[in-house]
Design a protein around this ligand. Structure first.
Ligand code: UD1
Length: 340
């Protein structure tokens, strides 16, 4: 019998790619998504990438215990991947209570319904932002945590809740994956990143400049203590992130309890490196101009990706050129995103 994985937030950017990866590897996949920040059109596209359908797709909020209970009653769920959450740092500063309610409250409701149905295997979507302003990179799973905004606080709070739950419920198996900067798109061009409004993140903004939807990129500061002065990040291909989740599901039974792993490449890329790589991949110039630093930004965040490699014998394989090429393909095919 194939395993059934319930994916909350399965229509979102990372969620949709992970569902495609799971389907392609023979899993039965059930999606729960309230579509506040994702298009329902994505669901058919996920199925198309794998040539087989989802086992179920429900429009439901993870805080809705009754709706979740119905989903768990309708499927024999073997494991859960929990993506559903708000994720915009700036918005979290303006609406902290909403962030705690959805991200922390939703996780608690999900855990409680999982418990009711004796489901004890969970992969949790966390973030490298739990480290805040890193003093030294690369960051290991044991580097100090010091969230600097409500979004990052909600992720760290969830990690602590999960740790405590695992300490007291002996059968629980939880893997929290801390993503660095997921970018790129599915190689089919069917799935990609479709931010609403003006993109806040670098890669989607650059892609929209390349396609002519925005005039020029603002580079937020070139006076950081980095080789070219612009911010350095660990961009990781969303298909590697998706694969990482599939491999995580395979390793849930390695042992009980809670484990945390970084999901990054270990390679630092500056804003100007990324601009150059995207220009190369797209064959288009990326007009850009240096402006002031963005408040809250840090100089460099790069993963030490060795723990996951040691534990699972798995590493990311897609480089910056592949990230740009795939993001560009999606952008060209969908100049205005999924048309909802
Ligand atoms: C942000 C979030 C992080 C989240 C990640 C992916 C913050 C502090 N962190 O990371 O929690 O996991 O997005 O969603 O917001 N840049 C420009 N011009 C732009 C946009 C970005 O120069 O128009 C620069 C930034 O200064 C930074 C780099 O590009 O150096 C990456 O920025 P971004 O893509 O927004 O990601 P992070 O800020 O690293």
């Amino acid at each position: 019998m194939p395993e059934t994985v319930l994916v909350t937030g399965g229509a979102g950017f990372i969620g949709s790619h992970t569902c495609a990866e799971l389907l392609a590897h023979g899993y039965e996949v059930v999606v729960v998504d309230n579509h506040v920040n994702s298009s329902p059109l994505v669901l058919d596209r996920i199925a198309k990438t794998a040539g087989r359908p989802l086992a179920g797709a429900y429009r439901a909020d993870v805080r809705d215990r009754r709706a979740l209970t119905e989903v768990f009653a309708a499927h024999r769920v073997d494991a859960v991947i929990h993506f559903a959450a708000h994720k915009a740092v700036g918005e979290s500063v303006a609406r902290p209570v909403e962030y705690y309610d959805t991200n922390v409250g939703g996780t608690c409701t999900l855990l409680s319904v999982m418990r009711d149905h004796r489901v004890d295997r969970l992969v949790f979507s966390s973030s490298c932002s739990v480290h805040g302003d890193a003093r030294t990179v690369p960051l290991t799973e044991h580097s100090p945590v010091a969230p600097t905004n409500p979004y990052a606080h909600t992720k760290l709070t969830c990690e602590r809740i999960l740790e405590d739950v695992c300490a007291h419920l002996a059968q629980m198996r939880v893997l929290a994956l801390r993503y660095f900067n997921p970018v790129g798109a599915h190689p089919s061009g069917l799935l990609g990143e479709d931010p609403r409004g003006v993109p806040g993140n670098l890669m989607p903004y650059v892609a929209q400049v390349a396609v002519g939807r925005r005039e020029r990129l603002s580079v937020f500061g070139d006076d950081y203590p980095t080789p070219d002065g612009t911010g350095v990040r660990d961009y990781v291909h969303v298909m590697d992130v998706a694969e990482g989740h599939r491999v995580a599901v395979e390793h849930l039974d390695d042992r009980t309890g809670m484990r945390v792993f970084n999901l990054g490449t270990g390679t630092g890329t500056s804003v100007l490196d990324l601009v150059a790589a995207f220009a190369e991949a797209s064959g288009r110039p990326i007009p850009h101009q240096v402006v002031d630093r963005r408040p809250g930004d840090v100089a460099a965040l790069v993963a030490d990706a060795s723990a996951v490699a040691a534990a699972w014998g798995w590493t990311t394989t897609r480089d910056l050129a592949a990230m740009c090429r795939d993001a560009w393909r999606f952008q060209q095919l969908h100049p205005d995103g999924y048309t909802r």
